[in-house]
Design a protein around this ligand. Structure first.
Ligand code: HAM
Length: 433
């Protein structure tokens, strides 16, 4: 009888150390950028009561839930996004939390999606959110952070774009042209470019729009400049929504991010809770799925039974981002590196452990053999693990308190005490060819 080998579940990934190193690089850059913008980190549980999502997040995401009944007969769902959890946290401490505040999190999320390029069933997502202000400068802060982060990853301003739209603007336009219930229309508008003009028109007809309204809407969503939009809308509300976008763009331009943002009224966003500015980040040619998406959600806490507390934020997934960075050759070399490898000619393991401990106490990354072996093998290991310096605990040329050591970058041999060895590590030397 043959036993089948266990398989990786569809849409999930294993992170062998090489892959985990790249993952950590992404996490480190996410975290350091969020912290440099003074966002504070938070976390929540990986599963929540199912009802946190049903009816509030939007049909698509609910259809992708991983949900089950637990042993206490409770309906549970693995989190598909962080925003409802954040809203729950905010409601629970609505009075104590000093607003506005800026928080970030890097949750592992689960969506039963059709696994495809850029979309998995388990992924990580940086979330940055600002709670407690309706000011457009919150959007500006988030977008500045996105641009800073993508630049830190090495992308140039002409290699990505933050496309900005406004549900407020869309809603006023829908009202102006006499279109029915926007909440039925948004999910269709969100799919406009994915489904093609015919299916788009058909779905809007089904939502109750006339042929003229469909044409008007299509033209409106194709507007490329604020000027064009200004000519298309008349109401005061629309003018206010436009002014917001204008302020946002001008602020970002003043901060040096003008080339990273543009107006893109084709962006609607699939999630149901957005109320104002919505935005998505794409690679410049839009050849990949969105790198990030977000927007303003001023009534989510209210929808969940709390008081009305405005919020705005975004989620940036690790999958498309890593694909994009790989395409631009911006991912770091996935090799291990250690500062010191402690070697012994006589397999004196006690001395090896003792010396390793001494260097580790000084904050260095230290490796050594785990079984007696020939020096050639030890050097192979040191090489494989990317050791910068090999320290020999029992070299014959070393005096009391000294070690023989080899700089693996140049192949040179030296003799010195622990301080000299640490100094050598800090010295920048050219690698031997
Ligand atoms: P979302 O558009 O559903 O928004 O997801 C944001 C980003 O997460 C996407 O642009 C993509 O990079 C990544 N993502 C989504 N689904 C997958 C998947 N199946 N596999 C890989 N990556 C994926 C939200 O989740 C909102 N909660 C974001 C937000 C935060 N809005 C306000 N605050």
């Amino acid at each position: 009888m043959s036993i089948s080998i266990p398989q990786l579940p569809k849409g999930t990934r294993d992170f062998y150390p090489e892959a985990q190193r790249i993952q950590n690089y992404i996490f480190d850059t996410w975290r350091s950028t969020a912290e440099s913008f003074a966002y504070e980190e938070y976390e929540g549980p990986m599963f929540e009561h199912l009802e946190l999502y049903t009816g509030k997040s939007g049909e698509e995401i609910v259809s992708q839930l991983y949900n089950f009944k637990d042993k206490g007969d409770r309906e549970i769902a693995l989190r598909p996004e962080m925003t409802p959890t954040l809203a729950r946290l905010v409601i629970q401490k609505a009075r104590e939390l000093k607003k506005p505040f800026k928080w970030f999190s890097m949750p592992r999320l689960f969506r039963y999606e059709k696994a495809q390029k850029g979309r998995l069933r388990e992924f990580f997502q940086l979330n940055m959110d600002i709670i407690g202000t309706e000011s457009i400068y919150a959007e500006a802060d988030l977008m500045a952070a996105i641009a800073t982060m993508l630049r830190k990853f090495g992308l140039k301003d002409n290699e990505f774009a933050i496309g900005v739209s406004s549900r407020k603007l869309l809603a006023t336009y829908l009202e102006e042209i006499g279109a029915p219930n926007p909440s039925l229309v948004y999910p269709v508008l969100d799919r406009r470019l994915k489904i093609g003009p015919e299916a788009f028109a058909k779905a809007l007809t089904e939502a109750g729009l006339s042929e003229t309204q469909i044409k008007q809407l299509d033209d409106f969503m194709s507007c490329k400049s604020l000027e064009e939009v200004r000519n298309a809308v008349k109401s005061e509300n629309a003018a206010a929504a436009l002014k917001e976008i204008e302020d946002l763009f001008e602020t970002l331009a003043a901060a040096g991010y003008g080339d990273c943002v543009n107006l893109d009224l084709s962006i609607v966003r699939g999630l149901a809770y957005y109320t104002g500015i919505v935005f998505e980040v794409f690679d410049k040619g839009k050849s990949m799925r969105a790198i990030a998406g977000g927007g303003r959600y001023d009534s989510l806490t209210e929808k969940l039974g709390g008081e009305r507390i405005p919020g705005v934020g975004f989620g940036m997934g690790d999958v498309v981002l890593a694909d994009l960075l790989a395409e631009h050759k911006l991912l770091p070399s996935p090799k291990q590196s250690v500062d010191f490898y402690i070697a012994s000619f006589t397999n004196d393991m006690k001395k090896v452990f003792e010396t390793a401990q001494m260097f580790r106490a000084g904050g260095k990354v230290v490796s050594h053999p785990l079984a007696p072996m020939k020096m050639g093998k030890q050097l192979d290991q040191a090489n494989y693990q990317g050791a910068t310096i090999v320290v020999y605990v029992d070299g014959s040329k070393a005096g009391a308190g000294e070690f023989e050591y080899k700089d693996m970058r140049t192949g040179e041999m030296f003799v010195g005490n622990a301080d000299t060895i640490v100094e050598r590590l800090k010295t920048e030397v050219k690698k031997a060819e």
